[in-house]
Design a binder for this molecule. Structure first.
Ligand SMILES: CC(=O)SCCNC(=O)CCNC(=O)[C@H](O)C(C)(C)COP(=O)(O)OP(=O)(O)OC[C@H]1O[C@@H](n2cnc3c(N)ncnc32)[C@H](O)[C@@H]1OP(=O)(O)O
Length: 419
């Protein structure tokens, strides 16, 4: 076996794609078998120059891929992001620094390109903090005991706002879905862009042989004026108790809306389908309206709550200038960044319409790591709480409260996507 320093980390070539896919599958504990179909499909979106690998004796032993993405900041502006995915090191080659080397290469390229942040979904919490990432959004999942919810079974899916819910097929979803999602993400801090392939795969137009396709149900909500403002995608199982009572579960794969009325109508619809006694919500915003859309909110039991989108700020000035703030105020931040380009002192002049930010020599009000800055940036976390944890250091008394008044948001950020 080669010494770690001899394992070259580099971008792959077109002809190395099949071996790279084999290593990716093995790293994620999927069968390493690679079919021609999988190579053909993945070759449509794998960009070799942004696809990294390590090779040992000519065999791929580590994988890493990034692609361009837009991330919505507080206030609705988007920033260019380096979205990182498909990170694996083969089990025989772990803890020898291969991920560290691939990450350094990718983040340097992202910085060079002018990306403002890098993003990823962390398989395990301890992996990415060391590279300057911080958890910036969270996700929650509820299981709803439908009979307990207290909705009136005589009035299924009645929309008091005059809208309507209809079932449509995947082809129809492809005609309105992308535009609906665009409207959603422009108003949702933490949301990321979706490409056309996302819609093709999620509606069965592009079928991958390694993941068998089951056509889901697509329920669309139209407002009283006829505008499509919500889409729920769900699957149902078929399960009956020994006592002949239905015990079916609807599992929501995605539910996106651009109005609270659509949100209410779609959840009420899902909780009013005959035979469905349990609804699993899939990943939602941690402050989702859902429990309170039910007459008995306790019918929605929180089953999962965890960090979701991790952000690595590469350009502090542009990140802080991209968002709006809860109040007018000034903050001088000392940002500690041991592995990247963000270290330094910044003066933020913030307000409800935007901000100006520049490097400065002024005395800092707060000292924090670049990972904790990412955690505060989308408004999901409190600087006062991080100060209590000893992660944010107040250099001026009360600075953490000032940071909270500026940075925190009334609704929590949410990333509805997995990538
Ligand atoms: C965005 C995504 O794709 S998330 C998916 C991530 N992939 C996986 O979880 C698949 C299974 N795991 C793996 O393939 C590998 O273990 C990886 C990719 C997580 C880590 O790769 P490695 O090459 O072993 O990491 P590397 O040797 O560079 O580790 C650097 C440091 O991180 C630590 N580390 C790495 N992985 C983990 C982990 N899962 N848990 C805790 N610490 C970890 C190492 O101990 C090391 O610490 P040190 O610098 O104090 O010695």
């Amino acid at each position: 076996m080669s010494r770690p320093e001899d394992l070259g980390v580099r971008a792959i070539t077109e002809s190395e794609i099949p071996d790279w896919i084999r290593a990716l599958n093995a790293g994620f504990l999927r069968s390493p078998h690679v079919s021609d179909d999988e190579v053909a499909d993945r070759s449509t979106y794998i960009v070799p120059s942004r696809t990294l690998a390590a090779f040992d004796d000519g065999r791929c032993t580590a994988t890493f891929r990034s692609f361009p993405q837009e991330l919505t900041a507080v206030g609705g502006k988007t920033v260019p992001a380096d979205a990182i995915t498909n990170v694996t090191v083969t089990a025989t080659h772990r803890r020898r620094g291969l991920l560290t080397r691939m990450m350094a290469l990718d983040l340097a390229a992202a910085t060079e390109r002018g990306d403002v942040v890098a993003t990823l979904l962390a398989a395990e919490y301890p992996i990415y903090g060391r590279y300057g990432f911080g958890p910036a959004t969270h996700a929650a999942e509820w299981t709803i005991d439908v009979p307990r919810a207290g909705l009136d079974p005589r009035r299924p899916a009645l929309d008091p706002d005059g809208g309507r819910v209809d079932l449509v097929d995947g082809a129809e979803v492809r005609t309105f879905g992308p535009e609906l999602h665009e409207r959603l993400r422009r108003g949702l801090p933490g949301a990321v862009s979706r490409d056309d392939r996302w819609w093709q795969v999620s509606t069965g137009a592009l079928r991958l042989d390694r993941t068998p396709w089951t056509e889901p149900f697509y329920a669309v909500h139209r407002s009283a004026s006829g505008e499509i403002d919500g889409l729920a995608v769900y699957v149902c199982d078929d399960h009956w108790g020994d006592d002949k009572r239905p015990q079916n579960t609807a599992t929501v794969k995605s539910l996106i809306t651009t109005s609270p009325a659509a949100e209410r109508a779609l959840w009420h619809y899902l909780c009013s389908i005959d035979w469905i006694t349990t609804v699993k919500t899939g990943d939602r915003a941690p402050d989702d309206l859902l429990p309170h859309l039910l007459p008995d909110p306790r019918a929605a039991r929180l089953t999962t709550y965890a960090d979701w989108l991790w952000v690595r700020i590469l350009d502090v000035v542009r990140a802080l200038e991209a968002r709006t703030y809860g109040a007018f105020g000034t903050l001088v931040l000392e940002v500690v960044d041991e592995t990247g380009p963000a270290a330094g002192r910044y003066r933020l002049e913030a307000g409800p319409d935007g901000a100006a930010c520049a490097r400065t020599d002024l005395e800092p009000h707060l000292t924090l790591t670049v990972g904790d800055l990412a955690t505060l940036w989308l408004g999901d976390e409190s600087a006062v709480r991080l100060a209590a944890l000893g992660r944010v250091r107040e250099q001026q008394e009360g600075a953490a409260s000032v940071a909270d008044a500026l940075l925190r948001t009334s609704r929590r950020p949410w990333c509805p996507d997995m990538f």
